[in-house]
Design a protein around this ligand. Structure first.
Ligand code: NI
Length: 182
């Protein structure tokens, strides 16, 4: 019987680590190593109970993200985004948004309601996909990550400062850890 090798579950990098605020590098090699990384990213995302994960969030500064708004329910909704680019945005939606790199913080963020992304899959094949609602939000949130941008950049300065102050306290209390300070 063949045994499938176990996925590697990466720890999630938290806000305060510089890898999250840098522009990630484009992917140029589409090999088995990339596809293993993509599988590991899905499993790491599920382990962290997320619906989206960008490579910088596991400390890898590359333009790679995975999304599954169905959270394992519908395999067709497992979406790989390599070198994604937002090519269309329409309408508006406003709802609570969070991020695995900012655990327990949730803020209302207004974003486009219908978003088209152009990206490559794990084999380098280019595709375009349009998502609405949560999927549109995920396309924007994950692409932001690859540009060194976190969702708190979309909230008011007042709210952002409050979040930063709370995180500073958590850092002092030893409850918030990162390896590469900003
Ligand atoms: Ni995020």
């Amino acid at each position: 019987m063949e045994t499938k090798s176990k996925a590697k579950i990466y720890p999630i990098v938290l806000y305060g680590d510089q890898v999250l605020e840098k522009t990630a590098e484009p992917v140029t090699v589409f090999d088995a190593e990339l596809r293993t990384l993509l599988d590991d990213m899905f499993e790491s995302m599920y382990a962290a109970h997320g619906v989206g994960l960008a490579a910088p969030q596991i400390g890898i500064p590359k333009r790679i993200a995975v999304v599954d708004c169905s959270f394992k329910e519908r395999p067709a909704e497992r979406i790989v985004l390599v070198n994604p680019e937002i090519i269309g945005q329409e309408g508006k939606q406003s709802s609570g948004e969070g991020c695995l790199s900012l655990p327990d913080f949730r803020e209302n963020v207004t974003r486009a309601n219908r978003v088209t992304v152009r990206a490559q899959d794990g084999h380098g094949k280019e595709f375009e996909m349009t998502g609405e609602g949560l999927l549109a939000r995920a396309f924007l949130h994950e692409t932001d990550h690859l540009n060194g941008k976190l969702f708190i950049s979309h909230v008011s300065a007042l709210k952002r400062d409050l979040i930063k102050r709370k995180i500073k306290k958590l850092v002092k209390a030893g409850e918030w850890r990162y390896e590469r300070p900003l």
